[in-house]
Design a protein around this ligand. Structure first.
Ligand code: ZN
Length: 341
């Protein structure tokens, strides 16, 4: 290869890219050999996920894309009669069950897929990592990772909202902000939804974004300064009620119950549902409901809030409708947050 590069006078960029490609190709061959040193034969029978005895059928091959190159795995394939499905122990061990991408490639895809459009992500993977996948693969893998994260987040959120986990974080002032905006979506996402004008078809859905940050000091002019690196975000395309619980859970995680002051910010440009959401969040968090949906809609000190929290804690123990008016971010939810869809 050095001879070819010298003879044909390759420039540096061509040379480095060629060498990387070749190194990856050779690395892929080594990896393939390593992976195939154990083909996952675990005897004539091996237990399936449900504990039945699956029987060995044959060795089957499958290609997976790794960060080095695509490799072909030969693995023992078992069949479970009771479940009516295959069992491949080696895929489980290597974490490549039901996927054609190695864990390393999936991490890369998740990284680009979470930051940019899928096609742009595909190009970045190619240029930066020398890994070739389709834009569709970036979409599928990213969405799969997104679903896993959402499940984990929901479990955590429910723990905070139900009081199973109590945050030990505390701050001088905790800000809870939210906004919504129309997000253009593909037609299947708006099926059955009416547009803004009667009879028209919706082309957007409302993405809701909330953030929580803290503030401890003022600048020389006396303006509040957001604590550096203190902002965390939640975002979703979902109903105001669902989003209310999401944001409330995040605020709890960030130490809502221990903050000296809580300030809720929403802007006046939001549509009606959001204005209601801001008001209801204020009701939930602050226990007050007489504020206009202006820029700052509520601020309350800890000692004032504690009374409101006590009311709500009591309200939460009712099974039916409660009469405090403090029963959920949307004002209509009487179910525990565990019911969030
Ligand atoms: Zn089975």
């Amino acid at each position: 290869m050095t001879e070819m590069i010298l003879r044909d006078g390759w420039d540096l960029e061509s040379s480095e890219m060629l060498l990387r490609r070749e190194m990856q190709r050779v690395g892929g061959m080594v990896l393939e050999e390593l992976l195939n040193s154990d083909k996952g034969y675990r005897g004539v029978r091996t237990p399936c996920e449900k504990g039945h005895q699956a029987e060995f059928v044959e060795y089957r091959s499958k290609e997976i894309v790794t960060v080095l190159s695509p490799v072909t795995l030969d693995r023992a394939y078992y069949y479970c009669k009771q479940c009516g499905g295959g069992v491949v122990p080696r895929d489980q061990e290597l974490d490549v069950q039901d996927t054609g991408f190695s864990p390393g490639v999936r991490r890369m895809i998740g990284h680009v897929g979470g930051n940019e459009a899928f096609e742009a992500g595909r190009r970045d993977l190619e240029i930066l990592a020398g890994v070739s996948v389709s834009a569709k693969a970036v979409e599928r893998v990213s969405e799969g990772i997104g679903r896993q994260l959402e499940v984990a987040n929901r479990v955590e959120r429910e723990c905070f909202v139900s009081g199973k986990i109590v945050s030990l974080q505390s701050a001088e002032k905790l800000y809870v902000c939210l906004d919504g905006t129309g997000v253009p979506v593909v037609p299947k996402e708006t099926e059955g939804r009416q547009g803004k004008e009667k009879g028209s078809v919706a082309r957007t859905r409302e993405g809701k974004l909330g953030c929580v940050f803290t503030q401890t000091r003022l600048d020389e002019k006396g303006h509040p300064v957001r604590d550096e690196h203190s902002t965390t975000y939640v975002g979703a395309i979902e109903t105001a009620e669902q989003f209310g619980w999401r944001l409330y859970g995040e605020a709890l995680r960030r130490g809502l119950n221990r903050a000296s002051k809580v300030i809720i910010l929403g802007d006046g440009l939001m549509d009606e549902a959001d204005t209601a959401l801001v008001q209801d969040l204020a009701v939930l968090v602050l226990g007050v409901d007489d504020h206009e949906p202006a820029l700052v809609i509520g601020e309350m000190a800890l000692d004032q809030r504690q009374g409101a929290f006590a009311d709500r804690a009591e309200a939460d123990h009712h099974d039916g409708p409660v009469d405090t008016g403090v029963n959920g971010p949307s004002g209509h939810c009487t179910q525990p947050p565990g019911a969030i869809g």
